[in-house]
Design a protein around this ligand. Structure first.
Ligand code: SF4
Ligand code: NI
Ligand code: CU1
Length: 710
């Protein structure tokens, strides 16, 4: 019988041979100078770039890579060398996959998989991964003997919130077994060829580059990062061949255990390559081997409840009941009450249930009362905003919006399974008691579908409270508080990154406002948000405080010891990598451009979001470039050291429209300018630097009259 080494070397050599052949064929077909790139990434061929520092840009560049690849496969029967052969296989697979994209085509259009995963998607995964919302990453490849069994495992991962990538025949098997697939469902088909495993390997590798600040070429640092910080594992189904085994060795080199469902006897390597022939045990063994802990969500409802269902979209035709505030009264409100007035776990529905002929259209006031000795009214909106997520976690419920502007749909499927409004109340109750138990002692939930009563709650309670909260938020400035907060949640990916969260500057991920940080600190005093007493003002213009510097230096273990709150040029705040937007200077316009993650087009800087984003991250300060939240754009503190929002000269249209109202208000208050957003250029007007300048000149944009920005 062949040894493990024989298999790995056999596979690695086979892939090397295929790669060499594919490269020389491509050189002949397209020419050595023809461009080669994966779509929407700033990291070239990521495995090659991260491991060697080589930036592959043309088909011809690959010839040298093939040489490196072959040199990795030295035939010595040592496990370390075998892992190198595994890495060589990963490099070969990457080259073969990259060549599918030559020249600029999309080979995955009709493939049933998505192929290469663009940078912005990886950035968007940052927060759910650090919060444990996505507790781990499963790579499921091959073809199972029994489709139902592999589908059950995938569904199990989905219920646990894992992000699962599928490669090979399992894609069709999962589809046939009605597994809900797509990024929104956290089950992502990559491609049918085994080389498509590249597309998950490069996700792990780019995480190291984006969040970990790993220097390209630092192979040791790269492998340490993926092993310690990327919680991934591989499940291989069906018969193994030497190429799969060699690819598995690549996974093991990255620190990902490989679990196979066939009996491989003494080919097993404890902790790294493991046989589990009992399908019932594959998921549990995999999680255990990678030390992934899943927070159990035990709610007694008749349909699935998991964060993986958050992105689910329910079409009108599949809808049993709809609650849409555009046509009926509705609100979602969390209020704090004296504990004595509350009866814990009381769930009430007032008015009709959703029974009847679809589409049932009802009013809905979701009225949640909480009480506890440590409860503060500032936590009400923090809890209230979570309702959106919790209801979305229900399989068969879609929720968009918040407060008195929302749309909720309940699917016919969920209705048929028995889901009713009362269950929504159960979910809200249980999640509040689960997440906010240190401040909430008692909670009762009332769902009102009776239109007159819903309207009354909306008008007499909800609207006045929303208004009062908004006024409080608007009045809350950095000057009006005496405490800021650190956030080090992202340190599990970006070990030397720390956000400083202030009332006028939320965390760059957009998910952590000052109130959130304050609440988290109350809930978990030793958690990721620590208070910073606002003391020792050093520079008012740029926002430098001795206490902030000290806190950041401590939180980053000395990696960053001076940070400004309000400047993008002088010691700007660092970025982990998951920022919603990035701003970068446009010197010729004396301004800055701001680009959001969703925008994939080009910008006046000549760079895409992904390319701009690659300039900063991993907790490093890069003067002139800074990641930030969407909401920060209209803040009076946005680049205030450089003159404030008047510096913004270009944004993608969608972003501009989204922030226009608040931005206009800020510009009016700061400079007396009306409709400032109209002076800002966007891609529908121009992306070419000169044309942008012409537009700004025509509009009399204020940045042109300001000092140079360099
Ligand atoms: Fe990460 Fe900063 Fe958001 Fe905290 S505030 S989760 S550190 S990006
Ligand atoms: Ni209950
Ligand atoms: Cu982050």
């Amino acid at each position: 019988m062949a040894t493990l080494f024989d298999l790995i070397y056999g596979g690695a050599n086979a892939v090397a041979g295929l790669t060499e052949g594919a490269v020389s064929a491509a050189v002949t077909k397209y020419g050595a100078d023809s461009k080669l790139a994966f779509p929407d990434t700033a990291y070239f061929l990521p495995t090659i770039y991260a491991a060697t520092g080589v930036k592959v840009k043309t088909v011809g560049d690959l010839t040298a890579c093939v040489g490196v690849l072959k040199s990795l496969i030295s035939n010595q029967p040592e496990l370390g060398d075998a892992l190198n052969a595994g890495l060589a296989t990963a490099v070969g697979a990457e080259i073969i996959e990259a060549l599918k994209y030559a020249p600029g085509s999309n080979p995955y259009e009709n493939e049933g998989g998505i192929g290469f995963v663009p940078d912005p998607i990886i950035r968007s995964l940052g927060v759910p991964l650090v919060t444990g919302d996505i507790p781990g990453v499963a790579v499921v490849l091959g073809q199972a003997d029994d489709p139902a069994k592999v589908a059950a495992i995938i569904k199990d991962y989905q219920t646990k919130g894992l992000l699962t990538f599928l490669i090979g025949g399992v894609i069709d098997q999962a589809a046939a077994e009605n597994v809900k697939m797509g990024l929104d469902y956290r089950v992502v088909p990559l491609g049918h060829d085994v080389t498509a495993v590249t597309h998950v390997v490069t996700v792990a590798i780019r995480a190291a580059l984006i969040f970990g600040n790993i220097t390209p070429g630092d192979l040791g640092g790269l492998l340490a990062y993926t092993k310690e910080r990327v919680p991934a594992f591989v499940n291989a189904f069906g018969a193994l061949n030497e190429v799969i085994v060699a690819a598995g060795a690549g996974a093991i080199a990255l620190g990902f255990p490989v679990i196979v469902d066939s009996d491989i006897g003494d080919l097993q390597v404890p902790g790294a390559l493991v046989s589990v022939t009992d399908h019932e045990k594959i998921a549990a063994t995999s999680l255990e081997l990678r030390n992934i802990k899943v927070k159990a969500k035990e709610i007694n409802i008749c349909v699935g409840f998991a964060s993986a269902f958050e992105g689910e979209i329910i079409k009108k035709a599949d809808t049993q009941a709809e609650f849409y505030t555009g046509s009926v009264p509705g609100c979602e409100l969390v209020v704090s009450r004296d504990v004595k007035e509350l009866e814990d776990h009381k769930i009430t529905v007032i008015g009709p249930e959703i029974d009847g002929e679809p589409i049932v259209e009802l009013a809905l006031a979701t009225y949640v009362e909480v009480g506890g000795s440590k409860m503060q009214s500032d936590f009400e909106p923090v809890i209230e905003r979570k309702i959106h997520h919790w209801l979305n976690y229900i399989d068969g419920v879609m929720h968009t919006g918040q407060r008195n502007q929302f749309r909720i749909r309940i699917s016919r499927e969920a209705y048929a399974a028995g889901l009713r409004l009362k269950d929504l109340g159960e979910v809200i109750y249980h999640e509040i008691m689960d997440e906010f138990d240190s401040v909430v002692d008692k909670c009762q939930v009332t769902l009102i579908t009776e239109p007159a009563q819903a309207k009354q709650i909306l008008e007499t309670e909800a609207l006045p409270r929303y208004r009062a909260r908004d006024d409080r938020l608007a009045a809350m400035t950095d000057e009006s508080v005496d405490t800021f907060y650190t956030c080090i949640l992202c340190q599990s990916f970006a070990p030397s990154h720390c956000c400083v969260v202030t009332p006028e500057r939320l965390g760059l991920c957009g998910a952590v406002s000052w109130l959130d940080a304050k609440a988290t600190y109350q809930l978990t005093p030793t958690g990721p948000n620590q208070p910073i007493a606002k003391e020792g003002l050093i520079d008012e213009r740029t926002g430098v405080y001795a206490s902030v510097n000290e806190a950041v230096s401590g939180a980053t273990h000395g990696a960053v010891d001076e940070v400004t709150l309000y400047s993008i040029l002088e010691n700007p705040m660092t970025s982990c990598g998951c920022f919603e937007c990035i701003c970068g200077i446009m010197p010729e316009a004396k301004g800055v451009i701001v680009v959001n993650r969703e925008y994939s087009g080009s910008t006046p800087s000549g760079m895409t979001f992904g390319e701009l984003a690659s300039m900063t991250g991993g907790g490093v300060q890069t003067p002139g470039f800074m990641g930030h939240g969407r909401h920060f754009i209209a803040s009076k503190k946005f680049a205030s050291a450089e003159g404030g929002v008047a510096r913004i000269v270009w944004m993608p249209k969608e972003l501009k429209d989204d922030v226009a109202e608040r931005l206009n208000k800020t510009a009016k208050e700061l400079y007396g300018i009306e409709n400032f957003a109209d002076m800002i250029c966007d891609e529908t007007i121009a992306t070419d630097s000169e044309e942008v300048l012409a537009f700004l000149t025509e509009k009399g944009h204020p940045a042109l009259g300001m000092d140079e920005i360099m």
